[in-house]
Design a protein around this ligand. Structure first.
Ligand code: SF4
Length: 376
């Protein structure tokens, strides 16, 4: 796309791709049912959720914060998780036996999580074990993965990580005697952590393409690698392009570019600041009035920051709105349907992780918590 066209599109950046309008009747019915069921129900809203859903959340946060928060609310029997499938699974793994986790729309999946299916990961592990000693390989999975992949990592001595603690988890793996890391499913977070934070040369970071024999790698490449990356990515953050930082800097002199590490290596390399959702929010909250930011992360979060900090100039890094389409499937109408059914004693869309998977996923999550606590 020619640069001049991109510049003109930036100037008319939409607030959101689709108008978020909920009828007053739906809003009133949700509020009434929330009040009626308040001793039993907690509603959680991920930061990327649309505003007309977030308005009903008892708590907003990232996936792990929300899952941990809910699991401590032992008196709430029902956790309505306004996020995507892997988040509800994590909440189920961490929640008490008497708690039930509900995803308002079962079609709210995550394309990144879907890029690493259990059978594929199992086969890949088997395949590389013919070339390298997998007892020296630590499997680590990003939080944005299925409970089955988390369980696989837990059972094979590995852990879960988030974008806030990925470096600490990688450090832990290498200091625990593992010689290599196999990281699922986000290649970008893995590469950005390994290169920018741990200083591992790119030649020792390889991409395992699950569609090819031996991941498209030679035995020598696998043997030399310190970090093996699964070929997955976030379909939202991949929209930020290497040309965007320069376009924004040309449009708004003095603007700072801040991106999430799910963005590509080439985008991250050009950013002024890189960090998790929590880091991005904290940086904006602590910035002085007059600061200006082009932020490379999900559009609803950027828009919310923009409205909450009118004394700063905040815009999205891309010349178009990068929204999480699957997260968007959670609607007020879907939430109302869940609440109306709960009011009749019917539990719809419950997410239940099988017992064995739950056990090992919990091991990987607990390991992450312990490592993060020690590293703090
Ligand atoms: S923003 Fe990306 S990683 Fe997060 S839920 Fe959406 S597709 Fe998945």
């Amino acid at each position: 796309m020619p640069e001049v066209l991109e510049l003109s599109v930036v100037a008319e950046l939409p607030e959101t791709l689709v108008a978020e309008t909920t009828s007053q009747e739906v809003v009133a019915r949700i509020h009434a049912l929330k009040e009626k069921l308040r001793d039993k129900v907690v509603i959680l809203g991920h930061h990327y959720q649309r505003d007309d859903v977030v308005q009903f959340a008892d708590r907003t946060g990232d996936s792990f914060e929300l899952a941990r928060y809910a699991s401590n609310l032992h008196d709430r029997e029902f956790i309505i998780f306004c996020g995507v499938h892997f988040m509800a699974e994590t909440a189920d793994v961490l929640s008490g036996e008497s708690q039930k986790v509900i995803l308002p729309d079962l079609k709210a999946g995550c394309s990144m999580s879907d890029m690493a299916r259990f059978e594929q990961v199992f086969d890949a592990w088997d395949e590389i074990s013919e070339v390298i000693d997998t007892s020296k390989v630590c499997p680590i999975t990003y939080m944005n993965s299925s409970a089955a992949i988390k369980a696989f990592c837990g059972e094979h001595g590995g852990a879960v990580s988030t974008s806030s603690n990925n470096r600490a988890i990688f450090d832990w793996a290498f200091h625990s005697g593992f010689e290599k890391i196999f990281f699922f499913p986000d290649q970008h977070l893995g590469r950005n952590t390994a290169f920018f934070q741990l200083g591992i040369p790119l030649e020792e970071i390889v991409l395992y393409d699950q569609t090819k024999p031996l991941g498209g790698l030679t035995p020598d490449e696998l043997k030399r690698a310190k970090v093996i990356l699964w070929r997955g990515h976030c379909s939202v953050h991949q929209h930020f392009q290497p040309s965007h930082p320069n376009i924004m800097r040309a449009l708004y002199p003095g603007i700072q570019v801040m991106v999430h590490p799910e963005c590509s290596f080439e985008v991250v390399r050009q950013a002024d600041k890189v960090g998790s959702t929590a880091f991005i929010m904290k940086t904006v909250e602590e910035a002085p009035a007059g600061s200006s930011w082009a932020i490379g992360t999900e559009h609803h979060l950027v828009n919310r920051l923009k409205h909450e900090h009118p004394d700063q100039f905040i815009t999205t890094l891309a010349p178009y709105a990068c929204e999480c389409a699957t997260m968007y499937r959670i609607s007020p109408e879907a939430m109302l349907d869940i609440l109306e059914n709960l009011d009749k004693g019917i539990v719809k869309n419950q997410i239940t992780v099988p017992e064995e998977t739950r056990k090992w996923a919990n091991v990987a999550l607990t390991r992450m918590l312990e490592i993060t606590k020690k590293a703090a």
